[in-house]
Write a protein that binds this ligand. Structure first.
Ligand code: MG
Length: 396
């Protein structure tokens, strides 16, 4: 038996379309940033003072640099190591234009054995995003135009007002401030130790912000089925738009049972890692809002696969912004759907990027610079790069 049982392991063996010589990958560099948050933020699972961005920069012979990112609470060195140790040797010398071929080649490396989800798959998403960033730069187009997306401004919903560590009065104050600044859709965290406290919280918030504002909530998998089930009538009573990650992300049956008895849409997807996982949830009618995250499924390539499938099944596609919306602002509004595009707005990491997002009155303007808006600002790297994380592999 040949060493390469899949026929996919090395660029020399792969059936690559060579393209022009300029597209050949000459180096792969990884590093990570720790971007401080303006305040401590908590949901039902974590309390954060900084947001960590693992970065891969893929350089090609024509001098272009494609940047791929993910977003994590900890462990950026793990994602960087997967790329440095296992992916980079298969990338250097290959064509950056063979995006799907590269995806399959990296996916079926023996790393598949140790991580079809989580670290290994998130590392694959970083590489895929970098290759799409390069493709858009080579076409001299912003990524959304390369993907054939609509040019209209995209509505955003704001997640930055409803943290679980805030009192009801503080949540109301922050949500009212967001509404004053133009947002019509906002989300709050739930998942207190006693669900009755959450019931009080969502009723108080609804009463304070009024009926006209669209309100969503997110339990971050905190509850078991019974608790989530008890909350459903309360959420229906306050007109909750969606109920996000009510139970463990892998518990398809619990999602299905909740959705079957509820007029509130079940939302999930930030903890699903493959288009097969999404297809199973969709086939079971276990969710109505598909929160596929480009940094957690395998990049733009797999995101588009999930989004088309979800839209074809009549579901809303509203991505979870693990990239702090830098890439998602290009991806929403690129597939046919009866629903208006919507993207999650979280402002924490804008200073890390060369091209900031532009939002007016809750609506996001389509980026105009070529690429995927992932390039890291040099001053951000100077200030926030984490020492000792990352490496560079270059052509000899
Ligand atoms: Mg969430």
């Amino acid at each position: 038996m040949p060493d390469d049982v899949f026929g996919l392991l090395s660029p020399a063996q792969a059936d690559l379309t060579p393209g022009d010589d300029g597209s050949v990958i000459t180096s792969v560099e990884t590093y990570a940033l720790s971007v401080p948050l303006p305040k401590t933020l908590a949901d039902s699972t974590a309390s954060l003072n900084a947001w960590t961005i693992p970065v891969v920069e893929i350089r090609t012979a024509d001098g272009k640099v494609g940047t791929g990112i993910s977003g994590v609470h900890l462990g950026p060195e793990l994602l960087c190591h997967v790329i440095d140790r296992y992916y980079a040797p298969a990338l250097v010398g290959a064509s950056s234009e063979d995006i799907l071929g590269t995806w399959k080649r990296l996916y079926w490396l023996p790393t598949h054995w140790i991580g079809r989800g989580g670290v290994v798959h998130m590392a694959l998403s970083m590489v895929d995003i970098a290759l799409w960033d390069l493709a858009a730069q080579r076409a001299n187009l912003p990524l959304w135009r390369l993907l054939g997306g609509m040019a209209d401004a995209i509505e955003t919903y704001n997640t930055d007002g409803g943290w679980l560590n805030l009192s009801v009065a503080e949540v109301v104050r922050d949500l009212n401030s967001l509404v004053d600044r133009g947002w019509r859709r906002v989300k709050i965290k739930v998942g207190k130790a006693d669900w009755r406290e959450d019931a009080h919280r969502v009723r108080a918030v609804r009463q304070a912000i009024g009926a006209d504002i669209t309100l969503m909530c997110d339990a971050n998998q905190r509850w078991d089925f019974s608790t989530a089930n008890r909350m459903l009538p309360v959420l229906a009573e306050v007109g909750m738009d969606w109920f996000e990650e009510p139970v463990h992300a892998d518990d398809l049956q619990a999602h299905q049972r909740l959705q079957a008895t509820s007029t509130v849409d079940v939302a999930a997807g930030e903890s699903l890692y493959s288009y097969h996982a999404f297809a199973n949830f969709i086939a079971a009618d276990a969710l109505r809002v598909v929160q596929v995250d480009v940094t957690r499924v395998g990049g733009v390539t797999e995101w588009m696969q999930v989004a088309r499938h979800a839209a074809a099944n009549g579901l809303r596609v509203v991505p979870h912004a693990g990239d702090m919306m830098q890439v998602h602002q290009h991806l929403v509004g690129t597939v046919l759907s009866e629903t208006q595009p919507l993207v999650e707005f979280i402002p924490w990491t804008q200073d890390a990027f060369e091209h900031r997002s532009v939002v007016h009155d809750g609506f996001l303007e389509r980026p105009q610079a070529p690429g995927a808006s992932t390039a890291i600002a040099p001053q951000a790297r100077e200030k926030w790069q984490i020492k000792g994380v990352g490496a560079t592999r270059a052509q000899n």
